[in-house]
Write a protein that binds this ligand. Structure first.
Ligand code: ADP
Ligand code: MG
Length: 334
């Protein structure tokens, strides 16, 4: 990879290597994160996501390769890097006795803001992360989503150029996840670049401008969410039969339009038949017309883009949720 220009990229990493004993946590990882974007680092447990974040945030030494974050080399100028980044979880032990507002003001003063600036910054962040109403309550009464948003707010005290979020919604319920997603979406508006790791495919899909899929410490592929889906599956036609006895006729009709070499798959319990197609809309019309001619009514018919889960399976041979045994190790809080 030829080095991308540093002024257009918030993170440039080439050939990152890091081993733990025999385990190659990073095995030649390359990254280029355009300034002002949300960049998703997607991979199964054990892929090397946390190690990548630790290297880029100067918490862990590189064994090989080089990386620049916000224009500074992580190995040669770690202090300059640290002054320009935020990392969620670094204040994971949000104080339980102080209120949300007091917590943020305290972090502001820790970062050498004056009392008035710390107070102003805290109020801005409480507003931005939807915590104004809860501002004068203690975080112990907060939901998981609120606590995570308070974490996000505290990592934003200094309006970092680059914010690293390592699995920001792991362990949250669906409501908490969507609250955090809304908060992350707002971050790039003021120019912060966000690097987000996740093993949730839907999360990478919803939040990222670009996604690097990584596995075993290496790049698998990189693209926009839409591009990733296009690369792998293409569209699928999906027909739901109205009655079980129609399933063979429906399957035959779908088989006629399926991509060369592809067999329709059917789910007998749901009366659903689907297959990849190369020309979506014509295939849809042909199947609909064919079934109508044969007097078969269908419950539903449509085209479906592949999910990122299917993308991941196609790229790595494993589903995104699958765990690697070697990933089981006690992880220090980042
Ligand atoms: N501190 C550590 N000690 C030993 N092995 C580690 C350590 N950190 C990571 N690893 C190993 O490196 C690989 C990548 O881990 P990690 O970066 O935590 O992956 P991810 O965050 O994608 O789940 C795994 O095989 C893991 O067991
Ligand atoms: Mg991790």
């Amino acid at each position: 990879m030829s080095a991308p220009p540093l002024d257009q990229y918030s993170v440039v990493a080439e050939g990152l290597r890091r081993t733990y004993g025999d385990a190659r946590a990073l095995d030649g990882l390359d990254l280029a994160v355009p300034r002002g974007t949300v960049f998703g680092l997607l991979g199964p447990n054990g892929a090397g996501k946390t190690t990548a974040v630790r290297v880029l945030t100067t918490l862990v030494r590189l064994d090989g390769g080089r990386a620049a974050v916000a224009g500074h080399d992580v190995s040669r100028s770690p202090r300059a890097v640290r002054g320009r980044i935020g990392l969620t979880g670094q204040h994971a032990a949000v104080d339980r006795i102080l209120t949300a507002r007091q917590n943020l003001e305290m972090f502001g003063r820790l970062f050498h803001l004056g009392t008035a600036s710390a107070r102003r910054r805290a109020a801005e962040l409480l507003d931005r992360f939807g915590l104004t109403e809860a501002a004068d309550k203690q975080p112990q009464g907060f939901s998981g989503g609120m606590r995570r948003r308070l974490d996000l707010a505290s990592s934003m005290i200094l309006a970092p150029e680059v914010l690293f979020l390592d699995e920001p919604t792991t362990g949250l319920d669906p409501r908490g996840r969507s609250e955090v997603w809304d908060a992350v979406r707002g971050l790039t508006q003021q120019g912060t670049t966000v690097v987000l790791t996740t093993h949730y495919l839907d999360e990478a899909d919803k939040l990222s401008d670009r996604i690097a899929v990584i596995d075993r410490g290496r790049n698998v592929t990189e693209d926009t969410p839409a591009g990733l889906k296009r690369t792998v599956g293409g569209d699928r036609i999906e027909v739901v039969a109205a009655e079980a006895r129609d399933l063979p006729v429906v399957t035959a009709a779908v088989a006629r339009v399926a991509k060369r070499g592809a067999e329709p798959e059917s789910d007998a319990a749901e009366l659903r038949v689907h297959a990849p197609v190369s020309a979506g809309v014509p295939a849809l019309t042909e199947v609909a017309r064919g079934l109508q001619d044969e007097g078969v009514t269908v419950a539903d018919i449509g085209l479906r883009r592949p999910t990122l889960d299917e993308v991941f399976l196609a790229l790595t041979g494993r589903s995104g949720g699958e765990q690697r045994e070697s990933a089981e190790h006690p992880e220090a809080a980042v």
